[in-house]
Design a binder for this molecule. Sequence first.
Ligand code: COA
Length: 159
Amino acid sequence: MKQTAIYPGTFDPITHGHTDLVERATRVFDRVIVAVAANPVKKPTFPLEERIGMAAAALAGLTGVEVCGFDRLLVEFARERGASIILRGLRVVSDFEYEFQLAGMNRKLDPGIETLYLMPAEQYAFISSSLVKEIASLGGDVSAFVHAGVMAALSRKMR
Ligand code: COA
């Protein structure tokens, strides 16, 4: 599809679930912008620049993917970057309620931008960034869930 899609998230940190989704998106869209939200409300563990760096490293092998940070309204940032599609992942039914609100709000804010959903591979359906951080903080092995660079950053942070 000759379209630019924007994939927003906090990515604190990026996991294999996120990269799986981006990889799927590159098969559908010409360009995928992975937009790392500053999201101070969520009090991220990693500062924005570090989250951007980890995402860039984890996605380095994929063509047509750009990673950048943003600290404003998503629809404004999408417009500025020429993206008319917001891409989100739906893992389990419980994701739906939040996604329903997010898509509805974004549509109200800019009716010209559509939200589309992709499903990550089943083996990633249960991953979340907070669970990965919890496991890492307790000395558990998270190598099945995150890129090696993210693992290194996690062990530095948790030390
Ligand atoms: N695989 C694995 N995990 C996934 C995943 C996937 N495919 N998709 C989401 N997750 C996890 C994340 O790791 C995250 O886990 P955590 O809560 O344990 O950290 C959780 O699901 C939620 O992440 P996500 O769905 O990406 O939401 P978010 O809260 O990180 O991002 C924004 C929300 C950034 C999209 C939203 O706050 C936003 O648009 N902000 C910009 C400002 C704005 O415009 N606000 C108004 C919106 S109407």
